[in-house]
Design a protein around this ligand. Structure first.
Ligand SMILES: Nc1nc2c(c(=O)[nH]1)N[C@H]1C(S)=C(S)[C@@H](COP(=O)(O)O)O[C@H]1N2
Ligand SMILES: [Mo]
Length: 251
């Protein structure tokens, strides 16, 4: 199985970051469990299962960029603390990475802007019936998670946001396959300029194999957990808890 993952990595032409990310997936206990389910499954079914989740979302060219990238959902978090960050241009803002990790992190925006980055031109598909193509730049999430050192019982990554939407805290979560997917980044820029407040300043998730509502804006805290049941409504996200949306919003 690891041969297949390595081959795919080479096919998509990634650098060492991607390779490391994929190795990490292959060795994650959750993935090993899925793979060992294959006692009954055929080998080709297992291959399909893994390669389907690893596949890349389509990427576009600058000629395809949407002239206007719509802002949706929250347009600006309420509250004095976020407002202060806007006023000081996020100079004292810090991203927290904690939960089931060996080395919790606190990272400034400058730390994130100067970290190794990936740029990708992708399409945001919103369930409300619109799409927009934008160029996102940010830090691969897998890189941060390796730096923090996930504990072996971590299964999900939760993104806590600065905003509430219709009175409820916005949050989202993904599994480790998506967390270490090469196109999963914490974006600090859209179309080569720092994120506007409307688009989620100072940092937002891009998890390109999923629909728009998973793309958490205003990410303040990244939290590794072994279960989603203890958080808010227990279904892993704002839309899942409050509007019965699917937790896995694959496209
Ligand atoms: N924190 C937060 N993240 C969010 C939302 C939101 O309201 N709050 N809206 C979601 C939805 S439904 C979509 S389609 C995208 C829209 O991102 P944009 O506003 O940058 O276009 O962000 C998603 N992430
Ligand atoms: Mo959306």
């Amino acid at each position: 199985m690891s041969t297949i993952i390595t081959r795919r990595t080479m096919l998509v032409g990634g650098g060492s970051l991607m390779l490391a990310g994929c190795d990490r997936i292959a060795s994650a206990p959750q993935v090993r469990n899925v793979l060992s389910l294959g006692e009954k499954a055929t080998r080709s079914a297992q291959r399909w299962l893994v390669s389907d989740r690893q596949a890349l979302a389509p990427e576009f060219t600058r000629a395809d960029l949407s002239p206007v990238f719509r802002v949706n959902g929250s347009v600006r978090p309420e509250g004095e603390s976020y407002n202060q960050h806007v006023v000081s241009r996020f100079a004292d803002w810090q991203l927290v990475v904690d939960g089931l990790v060996t080395r919790p992190l606190r990272l400034s925006l400058n730390d994130l802007r100067t970290a190794p980055s990936r740029t990708q031109i992708t399409r945001n598909d919103c369930v409300e019936g619109w799409s927009a193509i934008g160029e996102w730049t940010g830090v691969p999430l897998g890189l941060l998670l390796r730096q923090a050192g996930l504990l072996t019982h971590a299964r999900y990554i939760v993104f806590h946001c600065a905003d509430t939407y219709q009175g409820k805290p916005y949050y989202e979560s993904i599994d480790l396959v998506d967390a270490f997917h090469p196109q999963t980044i914490l974006a600090h820029s859209l179309n080569r300029v720092p994120l506007s407040v409307g688009h989620g300043a100072p940092l937002r998730l891009r998890v390109e194999r999923q629909l728009g509502y998973k793309q958490a804006k205003y990410v303040m805290r990244i939290h590794a957990v072994d279960s989603l049941s203890g958080l808010y409504g227990g279904k892993g996200g704002y839309w899942e808890d409050n509007h019965d949306y699917q937790w896995y919003a694959g496209i």
